[in-house]
Design a binder for this molecule. Structure first.
Ligand code: FE2
Ligand code: FE2
Length: 475
């Protein structure tokens, strides 16, 4: 069952037409989804034809078909990666059992909570990004924004399918609630803090897709290891879509760095004020945005020590990144892991049972991945002969969740006093003035092949099309 049927009202490869009550339930949810998209999806995109990819198969290679799509007509559907024959539970107390095709009663509410929490991030990011199309730096970027948005909408479908198919009435109620919460709403906010922050400009958007979508990658990878096979299969397909979101973020920032370095060399200056006057974003400001997004996203992994994380693992609900390729007992009964701790205002390292430190471990895996991408960014100033290098702040910097909450840690990892934090944080995090400056650059560029002054063109177009291709048509 890997072919996708586009003749159905809800495209799918899960044999939906063979399960009439599930099909009816999802067809009942569909109009509510479309209404949500109309209200909270990309602003003023209704009449645009966008060069988008759509899934035509779930095989790892060649699943995408590219064509112009009128935005509200995008065919959101339910796509699971192919079943792995005789897949087993690969970790925890049930290791070696056959993977579950249904939800064990004792894990029902925990699993539902995990799926709802993941599902809630998907529409949240669409809501956070909904006004960005009005200030796109090019048609190429506008197309990429919309590609990310429609796929986050599809990720919501993926989680809603699981809720409807496996969690009965509770699942259907949760699916409704996913359409009712709103990012940043004081009365009915999205579940996780980072998904209630604003994404007010394209620099924030690129940082978000670079860093926060990468959290998505690590969460999905951990859920792809789940003993609950339908969750594993849906996450595996979502990961193939996520890769493009990370690409959009990483190359978006790389192009900003490139443009700034070019202007620095052209005008022989590294003076931020002068560079701002020339209409580009100075590198220290980019570093501050990086510090902000890195710290806010770090919080998404939760507390360093977590008994919940331990039970999710032991119960087989959520694995580690790359679980099946790790060479240990996959039960972690005796293993230890290093976590930070604070003793007398100094950050130290403590060994704790690995089982309780799984949040920290996933965060560390993510940090290592972010660091690799930062190294790739740093080749740009290196090549341009600019001495500036980007550096990740210490993981205790600007944290609100876990051990560092309530402490002030500077980017270098020193605990500082309240007074020092107050005095210096404007040098570490974007100030109102920085944000106002970035905001002032946001215009709207819609001529094919033209780019805003603050960002370099990409090296290549999408799907081997030229960079000056008409990625979006306005009618
Ligand atoms: Fe997503
Ligand atoms: Fe994403």
């Amino acid at each position: 069952m890997t072919g996708i049927d586009y003749n159905e009202r809800i495209p799918n490869n899960v044999g939906l037409s063979g399960n009439k009550s599930l099909q009816r339930a999802l067809e009942h949810w569909q109009p509510g989804y479309l209404k949500w998209w109309g209200e909270m999806g990309p602003d003023k995109s209704q009449a645009m034809d966008v060069y988008l990819r759509t899934a035509v198969s779930v095989e790892p290679k060649g699943w995408a078909h590219y064509d112009y799509v009128r935005m509200p007509d995008y065919r959101w559907g339910i796509f699971l990666a192919p079943a792995e024959a005789e897949r087993k539970v690969n970790f925890g107390a049930h290791k070696g059992d056959p993977a579950w095709q249904d939800v064990p009663g004792e894990y029902r509410s925990t699993l539902r909570r995990i799926i709802v929490t993941q599902g809630d991030t998907e529409p949240a990011s669409v809501e956070q990004q909904r006004h960005l199309g009005l200030t796109c730096p090019s048609l190429y970027d506008l197309r990429n924004l919309f590609q990310v948005n429609v796929e986050e909408g599809r990720h919501l479908w993926a989680m809603v399918y699981l809720l409807h198919a496996y969690f009965g009435r509770d699942g259907r109620e949760e699916a409704e609630a996913l359409l009712e919460r709103r990012s940043g709403d004081a009365d009915n906010p999205r579940i996780l803090t980072a998904f209630n922050e604003k994404t007010p400009d394209w620099l924030s958007f690129f940082m978000f897709t670079f860093i926060t979508d990468r959290d998505g990658k690590y969460q999905l990878a951990a859920l792809a290891e789940s003993a609950f096979d339908p969750l594993s299969r849906t996450c595996r397909f979502m990961l193939t879509e996520e890769a493009h979101h990370l690409f959009v973020g990483e190359t978006g920032i790389a192009r900003i760095i490139q443009r700034t370095c070019d202007v620095m060399n052209q005008h022989k200056t590294d003076d931020p004020a002068r560079l701002r006057g020339l209409g580009v974003i100075d590198l220290p400001t980019l570093q501050k945005y990086l510090n902000f997004h890195f710290s806010v996203t770090s919080d998404l992994y939760g507390s360093e020590i977590s008994s919940n994380a331990a039970s999710f693992y032991t119960q087989g609900l959520k694995g580690r990144f790359d679980e099946t390729h790790l060479g240990d007992d996959h039960r972690l009964e005796a293993a230890e892991y290093e976590v930070p701790d604070v003793a007398e205002d100094r950050i130290i390292v403590r060994h704790v049972p690995a089982l309780t430190a799984l949040n920290e471990r996933l965060r560390d895996d993510w940090i290592a991945d972010v660091q690799k991408a930062i190294d790739r960014w740093n080749r740009i100033p290196d090549k341009a002969g600019v001495p500036f290098r980007f550096k990740l702040p210490h993981k205790g910097f600007n944290r609100r969740i876990g051990l560092f909450n309530g402490l002030h840690v500077d980017p270098a990892g020193e605990v500082v006093s309240e007074a020092e934090w107050t005095h210096r944080h404007g040098g570490w995090l974007p100030t109102e003035e920085d944000r106002a400056f970035v905001h002032s650059l946001m215009g709207r560029v819609t001529e094919p092949g033209k780019f805003a002054n603050w960002i370099a063109p990409p090296l290549n177009g999408i799907n081997k099309q030229p960079v000056n291709f008409e990625y979006v048509r306005f009618s």
